[in-house]
Design a protein around this ligand. Structure first.
Ligand code: NAP
Length: 253
């Protein structure tokens, strides 16, 4: 198991469910104090309870990642309560409504870009100054294989995730000399609520996804979370600006 140094503080957005929850649990399992963020309290409270039940330390800070003032408050609260911010997993995201480009509504475009891309920008905007002050830090942004290849019927999601990869590379360059590493994780299909919501309208999707991933199955959220913790750990000390693919071979076909 990846081990993090003692006394570290991690913040995870969208941690009330899916990959974010798995990541919050994985950071806690590796000894970090965890700030659990989500837009609604319900799932995030459950994540905090799960961490505490396993003997870890966590608090909930509710925030909508599209709102600058709420993200600023999220980072301020983290530092106020735990004194530092060592690791940030900017993960909150939605899939948006499936439709080809000409049928993608402007509302769907704005909402999907707003949460999936603007949200990541705002998180880094407020995380980086704190990490610069500390002289250390590691950020992982959740992109997707949709950030590296085309995915029909998801124009806003695909553009947002390509944007996350670009933003990750650029921010990594800008802050490489300050002791901050910035990477992205690019999951293939992963068993979470986000995928469940797509399967409601496309019940045949699971079988299609399983057969399209060369390993013959989709990912469990813990498999993505383990990669995130590794990217933050000192074992990845020379890795920055990298969109790490975790997709069971999907994108190499
Ligand atoms: P999930 O289970 O739906 O979790 C996403 C969480 O983000 C939810 O708790 C959601 O809250 C929260 N959230 C939504 N809008 C937010 C906002 N404005 N501010 C703060 N939190 C917000 O989905 P997931 O599959 O774990 O997705 C996590 C990330 O992985 C996303 O960026 C997604 O694009 C990416 N990803 C997922 C897959 C996959 O197959 N599952 C593959 C590649 C990449 P609500 O439930 O209340 O909306």
């Amino acid at each position: 198991m990846t081990r993090l140094p003692e006394g570290k503080v991690a913040m995870v957005t969208g941690a009330g469910s899916g990959i974010g929850r798995a990541s919050a649990l994985a950071f806690a399992k590796n000894g970090a104090k965890v700030v659990v963020n989500d837009i609604v309290a319900e799932g995030a409270e459950e994540t905090v309870e799960m961490i505490k039940a396993a003997g870890g330390e966590a608090i909930l800070v509710k925030a909508d990642v599209t709102q600058a003032i709420e993200v600023e408050n999220l980072i301020n609260k983290t530092v106020e309560i735990y004194g530092q911010l060592d690791y940030a997993h900017n993960n909150a995201g939605i899939d948006g409504e499936p439709a080809p480009l000409a049928d993608c509504t402007i509302e769907n475009w704005d909402r999907t870009i707003g949460i999936n891309l603007r949200g990541v920008f705002l998180c880094m905007k407020y995380e980086i100054p704190q990490m610069v002050k500390q002289g250390n830090g590691a950020i992982v942004n959740t992109a997707s294989i949709a950030g590296l290849i085309g995915t029909a019927n998801m124009p806003a999601y695909n553009a947002a995730k390509h944007g996350v990869v670009g933003l990750t590379r650029t921010a990594a360059l800008e802050y490489a000399a300050t002791g901050i590493r910035i990477n992205a994780v690019c999951p293939g299909a992963t068993r979470t609520a986000l995928l469940d919501s797509v399967m409601v309208v496309m019940p045949e999707l699971l079988e299609t996804l399983e057969s399209s991933h060369p390993v013959g199955r989709i990912a469990e959220p813990e498999e993505i979370a383990n990669t995130v913790v590794w990217l933050c750990s000192d074992e990845a000390s020379f890795v920055t600006g990298h969109p790490m693919v975790v997709d069971g071979g999907y994108s190499v076909q």
